[in-house]
Write a protein that binds this ligand. Structure first.
Ligand code: N7H
Length: 455
């Protein structure tokens, strides 16, 4: 079985707090850092068992992860067996479809970042206190490179990302770990998410100290919210029987594959259904295929959900015949940045004020970056011909898709969004999500913090 006392808490269940700080650092003095890592830091790291019960959750949960440059700085020369991790995310920018690296935060550009602390709690004060104690333990052995302060959105928007859509609904269930598998949830072997566990195709060649660790992909994804809202308003559909507002909401929902409430459009194709959204026995229980509908042709029918919808591009369900694709990730991101201001809304201005940058602090865990995040972004999201075998090429994912190797704002043709004329294309010439860069990390088993990583 899995050693839940050794696996960091964020990987399988997420820290799920209202505030989460990502503190990116470099290591200046490896000897001091290692000694503190083992003597003081290790005992502050939150494991999976601690998070499973409210009574054992710390006030502020803490996780830690290292980049390849960080392992090298610590003198760890073991090959973890992951090419993406080894070269770092900056080297991967073109492959991911980032429009160059001019939008990258300077801290992410290169391989300066050695590690990241993830600090999660109910309040910013708790998070800052915990950070202060980590900094006082580590002193000048580390330097801050960058930070991203995540926060759940206020009031009724809690749990929703900045475009307004409920997030965190669909996650893979893990064999031997997930207690109640929900209808329509994909079940994966633990080794698809955790290095060295059953189902990790490189299990036999991983260094033994890495067992139970996971690769953490971090991306700072800026969201152009006023632009998105304006675009959706300007592209309202004209489905008979719907009000103007409903036709506008339907266009937005068809970009994502879910309504803002979280209800899947595959089950609620015309209007939002909040009962469906709130019922976790139903809100994942769909496959995009409808054999129960007479004459339904899976290769051409986009009446309920476009082939290009974000949740279909990133988890094609019945389109691939089986869930056994080997391309699943566990997501643990949180929004960052302020709410849209009245001035932005009334002026319908563009998101140009750096003080108002907002987006998603995207976090994905997997045992193999090439098969997880990279594959999803490159082979599915950014591939205009995926989902394969359909009568109309879907185009890229309208939310996060990029035309490969192109500059920003290159028009991308997307189809399927109009249920009345599913072959109709529209040309997307704005970027709703701009990559500000990120890094690839390894979230080690906690035992390694007083083992190989501090030796
Ligand atoms: Fe996505 N969004 O609001 O549009 N995502 N995502 N994502 N995403 C999902 O089902 C969003 C991003 C996945 O199992 C929902 O939990 C935004 C990247 C996967 O059915 C919503 C950004 C990648 C799923 C969003 C963003 C993915 C998923 C529905 C960037 C990987 C689950 C809620 C700013 C390359 C699919 C839910 C499934 C769901 C949004 C990024 C992947 C609302 C705004 C970079 C696998």
């Amino acid at each position: 079985g899995l050693n839940l006392n050794d696996i960091q808490g964020d990987i399988l269940i997420g820290m799920k707090k209202k505030k989460e700080l990502f503190f990116f650092f470099s290591i200046n003095d490896a000897a001091t850092f290692k000694s503190k890592l083992s003597s003081d830091i290790k005992s502050l790291i939150t494991n999976t068992n601690q998070l499973l019960s409210v009574s054992t959750q710390p006030i502020t949960a803490v996780n830690i992860a290292f980049s390849q440059a960080g392992l090298t700085a610590l003198g760890v020369s073991d090959n973890l067996g992951d090419a993406g991790f080894q070269s770092g995310q900056f080297a991967d920018a073109a492959k991911l479809g980032d429009a160059g690296t001019t939008n990258w935060v300077s801290g992410f550009a290169g391989t300066k970042i050695h590690g990241v602390f993830l600090l999660a709690s109910d309040t910013v004060d708790n998070v800052n206190n915990e950070l202060a104690s980590l900094q006082s333990i580590l002193g000048s052995s580390i330097s801050e490179i960058h930070r991203v302060a995540g926060a759940a959105r206020p009031g009724n928007e809690e749990g929703h990302e900045h475009f307004g859509f409920m997030d965190g609904i669909s996650q893979p269930a893990v064999q031997g770990f997930t207690q109640n598998v929900l209808n329509g949830q994909a079940t994966v072997a633990p080794g698809e998410l955790l290095v060295g566990e059953t189902g990790d195709s490189l299990q036999s060649s991983r260094p033994s100290w890495t067992t139970g660790g996971s690769f953490l992909v971090f991306r700072q994804l800026q969201q152009m919210v006023p632009e998105f809202n304006k675009y959706v308003a300007n592209h309202a559909l004209s489905v008979p029987g719907l009000t103007a507002q409903e036709n506008e909401d339907l266009f937005g929902a068809r970009l994502i594959g879910r309504w803002k409430s979280g209800a899947p459009i595959d089950l609620a194709p015309l209007r939002d259904d909040t009962d469906l959204a709130n019922d976790n026995t139903r809100n994942n229980n769909f496959t995009f295929n409808h054999p129960e509908v007479p004459g339904f042709v899976f290769a051409s029918n986009q009446t309920n959900c476009p082939f290009s919808a974000h949740i279909r591009k990133t988890r094609p369900r019945a389109d691939l015949g089986s869930e056994n694709t080997g391309h699943h990730i566990m997501r643990a991101g949180i929004p960052y940045g302020p709410e849209v201001t009245d001035a932005e809304t009334s002026a319908q201005q563009s998101s140009t004020d750096p003080a108002l940058e907002r987006g998603l602090a995207f976090v994905a865990y997997q045992s193999n970056i090439a098969q997880g995040f990279e594959f999803m972004q490159e082979a599915w999201v950014n591939n205009a011909n995926f989902i394969f075998g359909k009568t109309t090429p879907p185009g890229v994912d309208p939310i996060i898709g990029r035309a490969a190797g192109s500059a920003a704002e290159t028009p991308r043709d997307i189809s399927g969004t109009d249920p009345l004329t599913p072959t109709k294309k529209f040309s997307l010439d704005v970027e709703f999500v701009v990559s500000r860069g990120g890094e690839y990390f390894f979230s080690p088993p906690i035992s390694a913090l007083s083992g190989v990583l501090s030796a």
